[in-house]
Design a protein around this ligand. Structure first.
Ligand SMILES: Cc1cc2nc3c(=O)[nH]c(=O)nc-3n(C[C@H](O)[C@H](O)[C@H](O)COP(=O)(O)OP(=O)(O)OC[C@H]3O[C@@H](n4cnc5c(N)ncnc54)[C@H](O)[C@@H]3O)c2cc1C
Length: 469
């Protein structure tokens, strides 16, 4: 405690800052500096944990006065390592964890440090949910500000389609509300490019009634016929069915026939959020695609789709990640995937397909900064590895794999991007949206204070000089 007081004093944040200050000599500095991607091993100058938006505003001003690079962290799951940095000031929101639910209005305000699983447990206790992704430990703020594609994407759209407002501290230290009526330009920008525009301190969401879902994994052989049929069958299904087929090599598991182990299989993870009979019918057409090797689909409460959240879990996996929007999964891609996964020396990568359409695709493309609404498939290429020494080689391999798949397109999803350069960020937005974002960036953050992210530099000023650092 004495050390902490000393750190607070030495930091110069001032007596009005009510949060924690963790300096490099604090006992828990080593734990506090770690993020989900274990390969990202950085040493910040200072980690601060604000308690509210006033604390956040102090930190935003302080970072600029001291010339310290500012890094925002919510759930810490950025795969590109954007929520930490050597010599940086980390604004760690994890102490801001309240969820305020208005069940009669079907809305909720979440503090920006809440994790998706925590939020879902709180609202589902009242029979209500907001759609996030497939993982409970991801931060509500991080996933929402990039878009949010999860188990209910076909029924209720992306997370941003249930976002009603945000409270945000901008680079000038002002606390603002952005919604459809207040600062609508800013509200448009935060729905897909939010990390670039300020520190979001609270988010207001719409809630949807939901009880149990019919969900689990159907394991099919990854034959060409199965892979060719999967996307059309899933796109033709009712909005209540969302599926995430994952192509990977079958593990050395006695439950899997010996001849399939080490060969490509496809785990079709499904969630049906409609009436029971219709769900069984829809899944029958999926099961008919190939002889299922195993099948764990059963009715369960919606929060059971997420593993329990453990905030103290030690990060162990290095992660290389790339995303890519597709119009279809064609034969040429199927060949590339089969070859890459089985080539000698290949890391144990997985190729996940998010089959989209439904409510997500009915929102007009220019309603939000995220604009790839017409793309029916999102491919997520992930290379996890516990051997951190292989992280650099895995990164190069994953990037080359993605380049081979994307010969005719670069449209990507910002939340699935890895350690990619700012040029690749252009692919996360249709060109008109990117141009509007860089103009808005000039308006709200001309000095590019918020640049520890998939960065959109401010538009060049009329005098011809860039306002960016
Ligand atoms: C295991 C795993 C599963 C995933 N599953 C899905 C999925 O199913 N669907 C999906 O859409 N995505 C998914 N993602 C991607 C995830 O949505 C992004 O990595 C997201 O950015 C993580 O948010 P976070 O708050 O945990 O991360 P952080 O690392 O804390 O933040 C990510 C980025 O957002 C910025 N940021 C965070 N909080 C704020 C804030 N309050 N204000 C302004 N900027 C902020 C950070 O500076 C950083 O640039 C997954 C990622 C992982 C690692």
């Amino acid at each position: 405690m004495v050390l902490e007081e000393a750190a607070r004093h030495a930091s110069g944040l001032g007596p009005t800052f009510r949060g924690r200050v963790i300096a490099p000599d604090a006992d828990d500095y080593d734990r506090a500096r770690r993020v989900h991607n274990a390969a990202v091993d950085r040493h910040p100058a200072l980690i601060v944990r604000p308690t509210d938006a006033d604390d956040v505003a102090l930190v935003v001003s302080y970072s600029q006065e001291r010339g310290l690079p500012l890094v925002i962290r919510a759930g810490g799951h950025s795969m590109g390592g954007h929520s930490t940095g050597d010599g940086a000031l980390i604004l760690d929101l994890s102490a801001m964890r309240d969820v305020e639910i208005d069940a009669s209005e079907r809305t909720a305000w979440a503090d920006a440090g809440v994790l998706a699983g925590e939020y879902t447990n709180a609202t589902h206790a009242l029979g209500l949910v907001t759609p996030f992704g497939d993982t409970g430990s991801v931060g509500v703020a991080g996933i929402t500000l990039g878009g949010g594609v999860g188990w209910l994407v076909r029924k209720h759209g992306m997370t941003i389609d249930s976002l009603l407002a945000v409270e945000i501290v901008t680079a000038d230290g002002r606390r603002r509300i952005a919604s459809a009526v207040e600062e609508p330009d800013l509200f448009w920008a935060v729905r897909g490019a939010g990390a670039n525009f300020g520190v979001v301190t609270r988010l207001q969401f719409r809630l949807h009634p939901l009880g149990n879902v019919l969900a689990g994994d159907i394991l099919l052989p990854a034959s060409r016929d199965v892979l060719r049929s999967l996307v059309p069958v899933l796109l033709a299904a009712p909005d209540e069915l969302t599926a995430m087929p994952t192509i990977m090599l079958a593990p050395e598991d006695p439950a899997i026939p010996e001849e399939l182990r080490g060969r490509p299989v496809v785990h079709v993870s499904v969630a049906w959020s409609g009436p029971p009979d219709a769900g069984e019918r829809e899944l029958a057409s999926l099961r008919a695609l190939g002889a299922p090797i195993s099948d764990t689909v059963t009715w369960k409460p919606y929060p059971d789709l997420f593993s329990p959240v453990d905030r103290d879990a030690e990060p162990v996996w290095s992660i290389s990640s790339r995303g890519l929007f597709l119009d279809s999964l064609d034969d040429a891609m199927i060949d590339v995937i089969a070859r890459r996964l089985t080539e000698p020396g290949a890391p144990e990568a997985i190729v996940q397909l998010r089959v989209l359409g439904g409510e997500m695709s009915r929102v007009p493309g220019d309603d939000t900064a995220f604009g790839w609404r017409d793309r029916p498939v999102l491919l997520w290429l992930i290379t996890p590895d516990k051997d951190l020494g292989r992280a650099a080689a895995n990164e190069a391999w994953t990037a080359a794999f993605r380049a081979e798949l994307s010969s005719d397109g670069t449209a990507t999803y910002v939340n699935f991007m890895g350690a990619e350069d700012t040029d690749a960020v252009r692919g996360a937005y249709p060109a008109p949206a990117y141009a509007r974002l860089s103009e808005l960036k000039r308006r709200y953050d001309p000095g590019n204070v918020f640049r520890a992210n998939h960065n959109i530099p401010p538009a060049v000023t009329t005098s011809g000089r860039s306002a960016a650092h």
